[in-house]
Design a protein around this ligand. Structure first.
Ligand SMILES: CC(C)(COP(=O)(O)OP(=O)(O)OC[C@H]1O[C@@H](n2cnc3c(N)ncnc32)[C@H](O)[C@@H]1OP(=O)(O)O)[C@@H](O)C(=O)NCCC(=O)NCCS
Length: 149
């Protein structure tokens, strides 16, 4: 899902202040380079029902000119460490069916297809600035906490 502009960032910070999760911001030379929202429960009702014990990573995004340099992976690592430290058994995330590049990143890191599909719809401005309802079909991927030997 897209990061959605400054209102979305404010909303994610509010979620953290409420204790609903952690808003992660990666910095490059002191400037924001990427963000991710780690939530202690899944947002989508179908995901919550199927994965009541899972945290969710959403709104992962890296500045276009800085992609492919490990920042997205670092944000995911930070989210995974926080979830593991809290004892969260699983992390879920929803990846859009038309985003195989992002899916590759998650699959390489050990996320697997949970067999659940989730549809999101949200308002988003098109290239002319007109706000339209976007419908996104996603596959839910899950990472199980490493319990170790
Ligand atoms: C997906 C995304 C967060 C990854 O962050 P990143 O810093 O580019 O990722 P890393 O450098 O840690 O890892 C590289 C991997 O990210 C993925 N990736 C790279 N560029 C990407 C792009 N433009 N869009 C989507 N995924 C990309 C690939 O799997 C890549 O691995 P590869 O080089 O073997 O193909 C970032 O590319 C992005 O913001 N994309 C647009 C928004 C998006 O798709 N968010 C995910 C929503 S589920």
């Amino acid at each position: 899902m897209p990061t959605g502009g400054h209102l979305a960032h404010a909303g994610h910070l509010e979620a953290q202040l409420r204790g609903d999760g952690v808003y992660l911001v990666a910095l490059r030379d002191g400037e924001p380079a990427g963000t991710a929202l780690l939530s202690w429960a899944c947002h989508h009702g179908d995901m919550r029902d199927a994965l009541p014990d899972a945290a969710e990573v959403s709104n992962l995004g890296v500045r276009p000119d800085l992609r492919g340099q490990g920042i997205g992976g670092a944000l995911l690592s930070a989210a995974e460490q926080l979830a593991d430290a809290r004892g969260v058994p699983r992390i879920a995330l929803a990846v859009a069916d038309d985003n195989p590049d992002a899916a590759r990143l998650y699959l390489r890191r050990g996320y697997t297809d949970h067999g659940l599909r989730a549809t999101f719809s949200y308002p988003y401005p098109d290239e002319t600035g007109t706000v339209r309802e976007v419908v996104e079909h996603t596959t839910v991927l899950v990472r199980t906490r490493y319990s170790g030997p």
